[in-house]
Design a protein around this ligand. Structure first.
Ligand code: UD1
Length: 342
């Protein structure tokens, strides 16, 4: 069987770099494209080191329709995975046009190029944020989406709809949306990982930066939620497990195994973990004490959300394998390596 080529937009970022490694390991040729607006070349270099070879890297902006078309002219692309998007909830509230412009135009350009180049399999990187606050847990893919509470969340919903409608309208365009829960951790080699710019918004980078001394103290947002220990519950999914779900989804598309032309899968563990449980697990597995304190609730946080991953387990043949402890050990190893470099 001839090798298949996967284009990874945003391939130098946190999720994109881990997905690139797993795709390459599974025998795909990967073309990485990134405009480096939210990352440097650290992860790209790490990917090449892990794989022991240089991968093609194209510096480009997916909002540039001409450049996207030229990319599809130059490569026979069997599938494209779209990660190139802004992802900070608070920033999206302050700069909605920046978010709508970047996140929607880039995706429209990709699908447009795909359809004018004879069709393509398109994998969209969506989020559990589309479910919003829900009473029925765990969430399945047929759980209703709630109106988005931020422009960022809205771009995820709109992009899902763009993909669904394009698949229905254009011959040869097929699509999968993967709804991620909370991706955390780093590659076991500690050569690639999360590199937030400025003060991290997400929990685990804030934990590791506090442990390494870059931040003074972690604020735990809210201690009076209606959960056992009063802190929010999330479904933390290991980044390598998450990356492997992409390989399963790409194979399903390029091998013609899809049951519908547009499909949605939750990518989570099915295991709710509270903020305090996560902190305790981090301290225990890494044998250290974290400086943290309770702080008021953060606006927009949902109390609890975790996945029912059954559809992905059965249809994609994918299951999350790594424990939260292993994942937190990997996140810490990555942070320490970064600190050693500084
Ligand atoms: C957030 C976004 C989600 C996005 C995801 C990307 C919101 C409401 N949701 O998910 O749309 O897809 O990031 O990774 O912003 N926490 C603290 N202290 C901190 C940081 C976080 O206590 O310094 C708590 C939060 O209150 C939450 C949990 O940790 O309960 C996880 O937070 P975070 O990592 O930011 O992810 P989400 O908010 O679940």
């Amino acid at each position: 069987m001839s090798r298949k080529t996967v284009l990874v937009s945003g391939g130098a970022g946190f999720i994109g770099s881990h997905v690139t490694v797993e795709l390459s390991n599974a025998g795909y040729d990967v073309v990485i494209a990134d405009n480096f607006s939210n990352c440097d070349e650290t992860n790209y270099k790490g990917v090449c080191q892990i794989l022991g070879k240089e991968l093609p890297l194209i510096k480009m902006d997916f909002c540039d329709a001409k450049a996207v078309n030229e990319l599809f002219d130059a490569h026979q692309i069997d599938a494209v995975i779209h990660f190139a998007a802004y992802k900070a909830v608070g920033e999206s509230v302050a700069e909605p046009l920046m978010y709508y412009n970047n996140n929607l135009v880039s995706f429209i350009n990709i699908i447009d190029a795909a359809r004018t180049h004879g069709g393509c399999n398109v994998l969209f990187s969506s989020s559990a944020t589309v479910y919003g606050e829900t009473d029925v847990l765990p969430v399945t893919e047929v759980s209703p989406r709630q109106p988005a509470t931020s422009p960022y969340g809205n771009t995820k919903q709109i992009c899902e709809d763009i993909l669904r409608d394009s698949v229905a309208a254009y011959d040869g365009v097929k699509g999968i949306a993967l709804r991620y829960f909370n991706p955390i951790g780093a590659h076991p080699s500690a050569l690639i990982g999360e590199l937030p710019r400025g003060v991290p918004n997400n929990l685990v980078p804030f934990i590791t930066q506090t442990a390494v001394g870059k931040r003074e103290c972690l604020s735990v947002f809210g201690n009076d939620y209606p959960t056992e220990d009063g802190t929010c519950l999330r479904d933390y999914i290991d980044i390598v497990d998450l990356a492997k779900a992409h390989v399963c989804a790409v194979s399903r598309m390029v091998d013609g195994k899809m049951k519908e032309e547009y499909e949605i899968f939750n990518v989570g563990t099915g295991r709710p973990v509270s903020v305090l449980e996560l902190i305790n697990a981090f301290e225990k597995v890494n044998d250290l004490k974290l400086n943290w304190k309770f702080a008021p609730r953060r606006a927009g946080d949902v109390v609890a959300i975790w996945a029912d991953p059954q559809r992905a387990n059965e249809e994609l043949g994918w299951t999350a394998e790594r424990s939260v402890e292993d994942t937190l050990a990997a996140a810490w190893a990555w942070e320490k390596r970064l600190a050693g470099k500084e």
